[in-house]
Design a protein around this ligand. Structure first.
Ligand SMILES: [Zn+2]
Length: 259
């Protein structure tokens, strides 16, 4: 059987990636290696190859360590003003009040999609700090992009904070699907970023179980050829591919993408 690559009426939006920009030492890991390139110029040349014009990031240095978060947020905030392709996730840390003050200001900018949290790499348990983070997001009407942590507990918080939207990244498990389904206000989402989207029915199963409106496209710096094709060639209806690749991002972030 021959399968053509479908054409879409809008270019995809990668809502979850990171990049390095040459910060010294441990902060900038994963450092450049021949097999996995994470510098911005490489990622942008890959986006160009596939006609992708918009992507949302936080720097690796802001998530790999908790020591430079505010500096990295500032760095990226300046960059998104200059480069029309890049959108920002502001990284917050529950034990660093300065990151919340920073986020409160930055969230007013249409180029900022929301808050990024990484409990695992930042060394805290999400359930101990969930109320601090999610009540803030609720007050700001913000979206939180979370590296998966305590997924089964998340509907409880999503129900408590209905003005927050929570994207539990890296769709892979039944737990993602159950969390999306259990959220009373429908405010839990997931993204396709990461190597586990290569599971051979993960996207198809998730669409069947909870619908494509809850799934957003992301790469997390993994091979764009694979990440994009995985969705574009998935065994799901065309309209669901549109939702995942750009439609949901436009609906969720009209201030950023709805032009
Ligand atoms: Zn990430």
């Amino acid at each position: 059987m021959k399968m053509g690559f479908p054409e879409f009426c809008r270019s995809p939006i990668d809502i979850h990636t990171h990049f390095n920009h040459g910060v010294e030492g441990e902060y900038d890991t994963p450092a450049f290696s021949g097999t996995h390139r994470t510098m911005l110029d490489f990622l942008q040349s890959e986006y160009a190859r596939f006609g992708i014009r918009e992507f949302a990031a936080s720097t690796y240095a802001a998530v790999m360590s908790d020591r430079r978060i505010t500096e990295e947020n500032e760095y990226l905030h300046a960059l998104v003003q200059q480069d029309a392709q890049i959108y920002q996730w502001v990284v917050v840390h529950p034990e660093q009040e300065a990151t919340f003050a920073q986020a409160e200001k930055m969230l007013a900018d249409p180029r900022v999609l929301g808050l990024k949290i990484h409990p695992q790499l930042h060394g805290y348990r999400i359930c101990e700090h969930a109320d601090r983070i999610f009540s803030f997001a609720d007050r700001m009407g913000a979206t939180v992009l979370m590296h998966p942590a305590a997924i089964t507990e998340m509907p409880r918080y999503a129900d408590r904070y209905p003005n927050m939207r929570l994207i539990i990244a890296h769709l892979a498990e039944q737990a993602h699907i159950e969390a999306i389904r259990s959220a009373k206000h429908g405010n839990i989402y997931t993204d396709t970023s990461g190597a586990l989207s290569m599971l051979n029915s993960v996207i198809e199963y998730a669409v069947e179980q909870v619908g494509s409106e809850k799934i957003l496209f992301g790469t997390d710096t993994y091979a764009l050829a694979a990440q994009y094709s995985r969705v574009a060639l998935a065994d799901i209806p065309y309209a669901d591919k549109e939702n995942i690749l750009f439609g949901n991002a436009v609906r969720l972030f009209p201030h950023a993408f709805g032009k």
